[in-house]
Design a protein around this ligand. Sequence first.
Ligand SMILES: Cc1ncc(COP(=O)(O)O)c(C=O)c1O
Length: 372
Amino acid sequence: MLYLDNAATTPVRPEVLAAMAPFLGRAFGNPSSHHTVGEEALAALEDARSRVARVLGMRAGDVVFTSGGTEANNLAVKGILLASGRSHLVTTPVEHESILRSADYLQRLHGVAVTYIPVDTYGRATPDAVAAALREDTALVSLGHANNEIGTVQDIAAIAAVTREAGVPLHVDAVQSAGWLPLTGLGADALSLAGHKLGAPKGTGVLAVRGRVPLEPLLHGGGQERGRRSGTQDVAGAVGFAVALELAESERVAASDHLTAVRDRFIAGVLDAVPQATLTGHPSERLPGTASFTFAGVSGEAVLLELERRGIISSSGSACAAGSDEPSHVLVALGIAPEIAQTSVRFTFGRTPVPDDLAAHVAAAVAAVTGV
Ligand SMILES: Cc1ncc(COP(=O)(O)O)c(C=O)c1O
């Protein structure tokens, strides 16, 4: 089996599992307990926090451990908006559902106005569009670094220059880019990450938010995570997250260069062999491992099934959209007709080696489905 759905999730790396194991067994303490068992857990938790902060170029105190990317995004968007006393949010229509549904919630229940800035046919927002959307009462700009369905990468540094000038915090959903693109020097005030895209377990994540940005907690209770996220921390998960992030960062440049070459060879092969194939997303400003297409006239779901029958696991877009009859909101926002959007197939490469003749297998699957 060839697993090409790494944007959905990845397996836990053996080094990560080994680093976590003591904190699931022998060193099981509650980091808030004032005895030696608790202190050992607290030391591991704080060490993990410092290591995450170092990779992100933030302070240890900025790092809030969460249950994943969805919680990090909810905490960023709702927490920063609600703490700001302001009532305007800027985002784009191609964000992950955890951003879009949080924006909906703020609009419905807190009277927040939301501006969705337009994106081009590749899914990119320009700094000028961000500047034009800002208002006196803008509390936050929230943007994805790299899109989970089409892989397009936003020019965050240029957009951050605009938000900094305006004094508006910038939140960046880096769930897909972490481990593949540099995260330091982006100029973001808050970053969301998810462990399971990086070789750490599902249900682990981080919101790193610079200390100067006030944050209203979503979870109330014992005041853990400096009051920003109550609940006894998942020490093993935090340790695993830190190890996975460090490993990914140490391998990042070589792994990204390698995957970019694999991806480009694969994209060229598919476009060459499948006449109805169109690449979705930006041709070069895209995640190293993401190759996404529409195959006009073919059912995306039928291609997925045929590929799986032939041992290739791919997806129709985001994991949550898979199996739904609705066309992807991302593809529709790019101006792609709904009936074409329904023919989309996404291949996301990771650490698994890929055969040279992969594009030919994909072409054969499309041909089988079209009956050509
Ligand atoms: C861009 C992006 N943001 C957020 C998430 C949500 O992360 P999690 O699965 O950890 O809740 C995902 C997961 O697919 C994602 O791709």
